[in-house]
Write a protein that binds this ligand. Sequence first.
Ligand SMILES: Nc1nc2c([nH]c(=O)n2[C@@H]2O[C@H](COP(=O)(O)OP(=O)(O)OP(=O)(O)O)[C@@H](O)[C@H]2O)c(=O)[nH]1
Length: 128
Amino acid sequence: MAGAIGAQDGRWLMHRRPEDKAHGGLWEFPGGKIEAGEGARAALVREIAEECGLEVDPAQMVEAGFAAQDPAQCDGGRPILLLLFRCPAWTGEATSREGGQWRWCTRDEIEGLAMPPLDRVLAAQLFV
Ligand SMILES: Nc1nc2c([nH]c(=O)n2[C@@H]2O[C@H](COP(=O)(O)OP(=O)(O)OP(=O)(O)O)[C@@H](O)[C@H]2O)c(=O)[nH]1
């Protein structure tokens, strides 16, 4: 799950993955994996709260795109399917809770960030 968390000034909240993780140092839309028995929106709410402390309103999330990993890139495991939701309603202030870095970015800034491949696809869908 991935969230496009938008602010009134047109910026979007981006997360720089910790250096010691897969895709370390790259910028992504915040989010993470769905747990067993969990709904998609609930997973995104939980992941964003865990990572940066923002409380996102699931009722106002809107589907905004998806990106599917090339099966040849997943080392025989299950390919990742990343779903993007726009998240226009949220409260709180983003702080780093799991070692990542946070930045509010304009569209132009996002287009210049180093991102993992699926997030690049999501950004293209968000900004059509
Ligand atoms: N956002 C993103 N993640 C990707 C891409 N390709 C890919 O293999 N991944 C992997 O998908 C996983 C995303 O899950 P996550 O955001 O919960 O990652 P994490 O390492 O913080 O989770 P974990 O510590 O709970 O395993 C990561 O292992 C990440 O490296 C991609 O293009 N975009």
